[in-house]
Design a protein around this ligand. Structure first.
Ligand code: HEM
Length: 424
């Protein structure tokens, strides 16, 4: 029997619960050439260098692997996917920088410094309600009952997506993301993705129109009405960026919260520390972004020139995949990389990528995970994992449990054991 290829091993679902031994093998060759002529990069220093290298393009239209996927689906479209407009995620400077700046104007400092911080009380309220809802039960599912509903509610409120619409877009997002798994039966997957992409576009077009007619205080209203010093984005871009924020804004955070709850249950002493000192949530979330990152790799980068790195020349035109999760566990980055040690206070992990595409939503994602995990630690009485490992979602790229059943003895009042300790 022939050895499975490197890419087959990445896709292999049996590696999903623990891909880290495979990543350790992968790091023995920091830059690996795959049979299709693309390259995988797996060591910390090399990934960090390439994330910051202007010779590495994120322009999806230049990428040969993305083009091959589109051709396999018999499709001549362009963009981040069928029916999708390229957004700043898949552009290079200067367009990337301009569209990112225009969007950031309404999301963060210096123009809108209060957007994320202003949601903290609301995030706590949502987390409190979600945990209150677990009171009568002896078994909960961390994914369905906390990790999914918190970020999806937050991003909908932030963007101004009406409650209830989540039921509509959830199905399309599932389809659109499942087929981003490179190598998964390209034809049928891509066709389904075309349909889901069209539905999502139509949905966001409606929202853009509605917010322009009747603006509120939300991010989408600001984007569709404010001209700012650099002008307004074209409608195509507004729709694409709205979808990017909606999807990137929750799919990844779900995994951070679920991976976090799982990691804490596997490390009871750390769970206890968080119970005793909610201030631990900050270093814990940072260490989780290194130890169990929600985004395992960034695909579809293109070398614009020959790049000499780690003794290999990546030729101009080649497609690159940067395996962030392998780089995060590189012993050249941190000592004992396979151990979960929040006291490292390491914020140089690759969990949010790096360089010009460093995650736009990082401040929001961090705060949501800190709030969710603190509520999880302080309010659930005697939480116990039902199965270890839990079942995983199919994607090797946005990796996390599909369900995380946990048995509990009850739910404590929101002020936790330090308060009256009432079990509801
Ligand atoms: C734990 C949660 C999250 C993780 C692990 C994560 C991870 C990442 C990573 C690795 C990138 C870099 C992609 C690349 O280099 O191609 C990225 C970019 C991005 N993320 Fe996040 N993300 C998270 C949450 C969010 C949230 C909440 C939002 C929106 C509010 C968001 C919006 C974006 C956007 C718009 C980009 C593109 C940035 C650019 O190209 O300049 N993300 N994210």
């Amino acid at each position: 029997m022939s050895q499975p290829s490197t890419w087959e091993q990445i896709l292999d679902y049996s590696n999903r619960a623990n891909p880290y031994p495979f990543y350790e093998e992968l790091r023995k060759t920091p830059v690996t050439r795959l049979p299709d002529g693309s390259y995988l990069v797996s060591t910390y220093a090399e990934i960090a260098a390439l994330l910051h290298d202007p010779r590495v393009s994120s322009d999806i239209e230049r990428n040969p692997a993305a083009a091959a996927m589109r051709a396999a689906a018999g499709e001549d479209g362009e963009g981040d996917g069928p029916g999708m407009t390229p957004t700043f995620l898949s552009m290079d400077p200067p367009d990337h920088d301009k569209f990112r700046r225009i969007t950031m104007r309404h999301f963060g400092p210096p123009t809108t410094p209060g957007r994320v911080a202003g949601m903290e009380a609301r995030m706590t309220e949502i987390a409190t309600d979600l945990i209150d809802n677990m009171a009568a039960r002896s078994r909960i599912d961390v994914v369905d009952d906390l990790a999914y509903p918190l970020p999806v509610t937050v991003i909908c409120e932030l963007l101004g997506v009406p409650p209830g619409d989540e039921q509509r877009f959830r199905v399309w997002v599932d389809v659109a993301l499942q087929s981003t798994d490179p190598g998964l039966d390209p034809e049928t997957q891509q066709k389904k993705r075309i349909e889901a992409g069209k539905e999502l576009r139509a949905f966001m077009e409606e929202l853009v129109d509605a917010h322009r007619r009747a603006p509120g205080n939300d991010l989408l209203s600001a984007m569709v009405t404010d001209d700012g010093p650099e002008g307004r984005m074209p409608d195509e871009q507004l729709v694409g960026t709205g979808l990017l924020l909606l999807i990137a804004g929750h799919e990844t955070t779900v995994n951070l919260i679920s991976n976090g709850a799982l990691t804490l249950l596997r490390h009871p002493a750390e769970l206890q520390r968080l119970r005793d000192d909610p201030g631990m949530a900050i270093p814990m979330v940072e260490e989780l972004l290194r130890y169990e990152p929600p985004v395992h790799f960034v695909p579809f980068r293109t070398a614009l020139d020959d790049i000499d790195i780690a003794g290999t020349t990546i030729p101009a035109g080649a497609s690159l995949t940067l395996v962030l999760a392998a780089g995060n566990r590189d012993p050249a980055h941190v000592a004992d990389p396979g151990l979960f040690i929040p006291d490292r206070h390491n914020n140089k992990h690759l969990g949010f990528g790096g360089g010009v595409h460093l995650c736009f939503g990082a401040p929001l994602a961090r705060l949501e995970a800190q709030i969710a995990l603190t509520a999880f630690a302080t309010r659930l009485e005697n939480p116990r994992l039902v199965s270890d490992p839990p079942p995983y979602r199919p994607s090797p790229f946005l990796r996390g449990p599909s369900h995380l059943p946990v048995d509990i003895n009850g739910v404590l009042a929101p002020d936790g054991p330090a308060g009256d300790g009432t079990v509801r």
